[in-house]
Design a protein around this ligand. Structure first.
Ligand code: NAP
Length: 320
């Protein structure tokens, strides 16, 4: 099979398209013919060797794939050959024509969701679902600011928050991103590259502030986020690419809090809840993964460059 292999940590150029042996499923494992693989920012941190999780070299990147079950190992009952599935982590990497996964890492894909969309499910929707339901414990009567609403996690968060009944504000940095955020569920959108946009957000809430902020770039925004919160507000830190100084008094006066998580650390019970919620939302059409860019597997290096550039409008997926 063809697969992207990384033999040493480094820049995007270390992603090499190679011939590799097609894996065989052992007991409890599933072999998936991957049709599309989702590219996530953490794939780039891992490839650079700077991420908390450092894979053993050589390795194939990718946790989010979608395709068809090719074969199952002994004892597997959850899926069978020819089932359409998405992966939430794999054993051998999703940037490949075939990926091996444990039975519990494979989930049925509703008929109305195609493989490219299926490649944009796990990390974006799992993160957004955990942030809103399990971390922020959001209520329908609340207002959420999705700070970075044009990317994978942001779009998922807009759709989930709208389905939950919240008032939804979103930010993006380009006209295309703003249009995408509006279309996917934001009641109002703001350009995070325009001076004074935080003032506009406050004004939109009648200076009350927002109840929840889902923060995609905490090192840039966290200090100011604390000033945008309503009483009992909470910032959920999802993404950060550096350090930041905040004034705790902004939190004290508002009885506010900052919470943070990584998807790696969720419990099996939380994960089961997430997949049930995602499946229901995909099936009833409230969740619709948006593909912004499709690239062939051979162009994984280009995908890793583009995912870190501004101007998001949906997921980048590799066609395998
Ligand atoms: P993505 O698809 O690349 O999107 C990045 C988003 O950040 C875009 O909406 C982008 O908007 C926005 N952004 C850029 N500058 C910003 C600013 N100054 N203020 C607010 N937002 C800004 O990435 P993603 O998959 O959505 O992930 C978002 C972040 O969360 C990444 O840092 C990722 O590593 C992290 N993450 C963490 C977890 C976790 O477990 N904690 C899970 C998934 C993702 P424009 O392009 O329109 O400017």
């Amino acid at each position: 099979m063809k697969a992207i292999r990384v033999h040493k940590f480094g820049g995007p150029e270390v992603l090499k398209l190679e011939e590799a042996a097609t894996p065989k499923p052992s007991a409890g494992e599933v072999l998936v013919r991957i049709h599309a693989a989702g590219v996530n920012p953490y794939d780039t941190y891992m490839r650079a060797g700077t991420y908390a999780v450092k894979p053993e070299l050589p390795y194939t990147p990718g946790s989010d794939g979608a395709g068809v079950v090719e074969a199952v190992g002994e004892g597997v009952t959850k899926v069978k050959r020819n089932d359409r599935v998405y992966t939430a982590q794999t054993l051998t990497g999703a940037y490949a024509e075939y990926a091996l996964a444990r039975e519990e890492q494979v989930h049925l894909l509703p008929a109305k969701v195609d493989f490219k969309q299926g490649a944009g499910i796990w990390v974006p929707y799992g993160t957004a679902f955990h942030a809103l339901h399990q971390s922020a414990k959001a209520h329908a009567s609340e207002t959420v600011l999705v700070h970075g609403a044009s990317g994978g996690v942001g779009i998922a968060a807009l759709q989930i928050a709208r389905a939950m009944g919240l008032r939804v504000l979103g930010t993006a940095g380009t006209p295309r991103g703003l249009e995408t955020a509006k279309r996917e569920g934001a009641h109002e959108v703001f350009n995070h590259n325009m001076a004074g946009y935080q003032e506009q957000i406050l004004q939109t809430t009648g200076n009350r502030g927002v109840d929840i902020i889902l923060e995609m770039l905490a090192n840039v925004n966290l200090a100011h986020d604390t000033k945008l919160l309503a009483n009992n507000g909470r910032v959920i830190v999802i993404g950060s690419r550096g350090e930041v100084t905040i004034n705790p008094r902004e939190l004290m006066g508002r009885r506010a809090s900052i919470r943070a998580f990584t998807l790696w650390a969720i419990t099996p019970e939380e994960e089961a809840d997430i997949h049930a919620g995602i499946f229901a939302g995909l099936e009833n059409g409230t969740l619709r993964p948006i593909v912004g860019t499709e690239l062939p597997l051979a162009e994984a290096a280009r995908a890793h460059k583009e995912i870190l550039e501004p101007g998001s409008a949906g997921k980048i997926v590799l066609i395998c």
